[in-house]
Every structure is written in C-alpha cells, then in structure tokens.
Design a protein around this ligand. Structure first.
Ligand code: UDP
Length: 331
C-alpha cells in the first residue's frame, strides 16, 4: 500500500535520496526544506515527478508544519543544522533549528497521530570511543560551552522528547542514529571530510587533514542508509525504539586522504592542519566512532552493501564533474 510522506530536509543530501527512493516505490512525497543548506538541484530527479511536491519553508514555521503534517500519513524529520563546521560557526541558529524545530515536528505529528521518524546522530555518544557503540552505550561529553557538545545535547534532547511522546502519549516514533553518511550530493561546504578531500584531490591542491590524522571513522553510502531508513519505517516493531545506522568499516583520516589521492590518481599533497585553525580554539574531536548495528540487522536484516572504495569512486567522479562545470575546490 502506498502512502504520503512528509520529508523535512527533503532537498538535503540524505532527504533527497530518500525522496527518490520513496517515489521509486510509488509513494507520494512532500519535501519541506528551507534551502539553508539543502539545494533544489538535489531534487532534479524528483522535481518533475507527479507524486512529488516541494515546499520551501522552515520547520520552525508552525503553520506550514501543521498543514503539511495534516496532509501526510508519515513524517520523516531529517531537517537539522548538521556538519561540525556549521554547528561550531553558528551555534545559536543550530540549536534553535534542532531543538525547537524537532519539538514543532513532534507536536504536529502528535496532533494528527502520524508516525514520525526522527533522524538523530552518532554525535550523541560524544567522546565515547569504545570499540563499537551500541544503542545503550553511554554518552560522554565535555562542557556545554563547547559547541560540539551543545549540538550533541540538542540532538539527545530531541530523542528524549520522541521517547517521552511515545511512552506517555502513544505517539508512533522511530529514532535512527546516523553515523558518517556519504555519497553523491553531499556538499563540501559544511566541513564533511569525504566531499572536501575528494574535491581537493581533483583540484590538485592540498588535502586538509585535521589534527594528527589518527582519528578514525566509518563511512556508509547514502543508498545503504536510505534502505535502512525505509526498513525501520516500514517495520511495526521499530516503533518506540532507536537504531544505529552506519558502516563498521573503519579507517583513519590520514589513510582516507591517501586512499582518495590514489583513487583519484592525483598528485595533490596531504597537509596536516591543527584543529584550532580548522575549527576554533578548544575544539575537541572524537578519536573514533564505530557503530554496532546488530539491532537493525536483527530487525530488518540490514547491512551495508557498498564499500568505501565504491563510495570514493562515486564522490571523486562527482567532484570531477563539478570541476568541469567550474566549481572551486574547498580550502
Ligand atoms: N576532517 C579533516 N579534514 C577536513 C574535514 C574533516 O581531517 O577537511 C576530519 C574531522 O576533523 C573529523 C573527520 O575528518 O575527524 C570526520 O569529519 P566530518 O566532519 O566528516 O564528520 P564527523 O565525524 O566529525 O561528524
């Protein structure tokens, strides 16, 4: 049976891929996006589709949200201020969008009894660098004066609100914690490492590796993430629960930079940049962040299908195309 979905952040990186996938299976989509970080070009594939409607607006606009939630069956709330660079540079706007925006979405979903999926983040685990993080792992945070921990707190608060609405009001909520998600359409403008390094490699300048490059991450293809989102959205037993979604293939950022140089057949150098220069004084990075995805595998049989090399080849190809069209490499 098909349904209509409200996708907030629908013109964003993950939102636009989710929109494509929903349309491909016959569902209807209303994509709400303020276009502050989303791009209309991301919906080029979906734009002319008769089952897709784009609405430019903010999740902070209660009237718009009320109307759109009312007309849809399911809400997928992806709109958020994301990207460590953006959050560090605009802490106030990020907090308002993430806290108040989610509250408005959850309240509207409750008003009309709509199922809501809330996108959370691996940032909520803070500096916990355990071998692998499961959904019950502790949050380990520094001072709230550090923007990164404030962002982590905001997203955790969103989750808490969703759990409370589920428990006390019976709202059908699903929370998904996204780990590093990458692939085509991810902008290089908000600090994410793979789109940045791929564009730097293609341009032939220096690849900017922050800190000592020993920090480790796992990168999951957006196509796999979207399949996971749909899987938990469709599964009745996911309601009221939280799931990690991400790859467990781990790599240090220094090795990642060299891998990108090799795959792009680039002559670019790799350069170390101190964190305080890249972000701000007092910036703290996570040493490692690797998900345990046993829970989502047990529920829907989910596992990533694309390797890091698949991802890099796609992102490098996109970077080449952008360069051919005249875009600058990020500095
Ligand atoms: N990073 C880097 N060079 C860049 C951008 C990011 O070395 O040009 C590092 C960043 O400091 C972090 C890792 O790459 O250690 C992943 O950064 P990203 O912002 O993509 O995701 P995060 O895991 O920090 O949310």
């Amino acid at each position: 049976m098909t349904a209509s979905y409200l996708v907030t952040g629908g013109a964003g990186f993950i939102g636009s891929h989710l929109t494509d996938a929903l349309l491909a299976r016959g569902d209807r989509v209303v994509a709400l996006d303020s276009l502050s970080t989303g791009r209309l070009a991301n919906l080029d594939h979906a734009g002319g589709h008769p089952q897709c409607r784009f609405v430019q607006g903010s999740v902070l606009d209660e009237l718009v949200v009320d109307e759109l939630v009312h007309e849809c069956d399911v809400v997928v709330h992806l709109a958020a201020a994301v990207g460590v660079k953006l959050i560090v540079e605009h802490p106030l706007r990020s907090l308002t969008t993430n806290i108040r925006g989610s509250e408005i979405m959850i309240e509207a979903a409750h008003r009309y009894r709509r199922k809501i999926l809330l996108a959370s983040t691996s940032e909520i685990y803070g500096r916990n660098s355990a071998e692998s993080l499961h959904e019950g792992s502790d949050r380990i945070l520094g001072s709230p004066t550090v923007s990164r921990w404030a962002y982590s707190t905001a997203k955790a608060l969103d989750e808490t609100l969703a759990y409370a609405y589920h428990k006390e009001r019976g709202l059908p909520t699903v929370v998904v914690r996204l780990f590093n998600t990458v692939g085509p359409r991810q902008s290089a403008a908000y600090g994410m490492v793979i789109p940045r390094l791929a564009r730097q490699a293609v341009a032939g300048g220096a690849l900017t590796v922050y800190g000592d490059g020993n920090q480790r991450r796992c990168f999951c293809h957006v196509g796999d993430v979207v399949r996971g989102l749909l899987g938990v959205l469709d599964h009745p037993k996911a309601v009221g629960d939280v799931f990690n979604l991400g790859s467990a293939e781990e790599i240090s950022i220094m090795d990642l930079a060299h891998r990108i140089v090799a795959r792009a057949e680039s002559s670019a150098k790799v350069e170390l940049i101190p964190y305080e220069q890249a972000y701000e004084p007092g910036f703290e990075d996570m040493y490692r962040r690797r998900p345990d995805t046993t829970k989502v595998r047990n529920l829907i049989g989910w596992a990533p299908t694309r390797t890091l090399d698949d991802i890099l080849d796609e992102v490098i190809a996109e970077a080449r195309l952008e360069m051919a069209l005249g875009a600058d490499a990020p500095t």
